[in-house]
Design a protein around this ligand. Sequence first.
Ligand code: FES
Length: 147
Amino acid sequence: MCSDCLLPIVNCLFPNQVSIDKCLSITFAPLIRNDTMYTIKINFEQKGKEPITLSNIEAGDAILEVVLKNDIELHHNCGGVCACTTCHIYVNKGMEHLEEITDKEEDFIDRAVSPRLNSRLGCQSLLLDGGGEVEVTIPDQTQFLGE
Ligand code: FES
């Protein structure tokens, strides 16, 4: 029996290896995934960083909050109030799941490093009610100082 999720070892994908929260979410992901949860794939422009997929993310948080809660670095020098550009991200998939961009956000994106058509600010990219798949790319964070 797995000491984390208490399933028989044959049913547990990661026996005795991860915390109970992660273990349950991984083991039961196919069963509990529904239209009220998001799966978010995070790609990194920084060399050597592998993509990460986050499952069972609830609506209501901004992408910045989601990544910070999962110990993924994304600078946010203004504290997440749409007053800098350090939380700049690219949304590769699932833009329709994010709160609509505002004029103020567009103005700041224009000042970001290498803005593109799919640019957003992580602190303003709120996950709308519902669920689905979102994929983002985080620019190289080594270009920023501070937090
Ligand atoms: S953290 Fe400053 S604009 Fe998002």
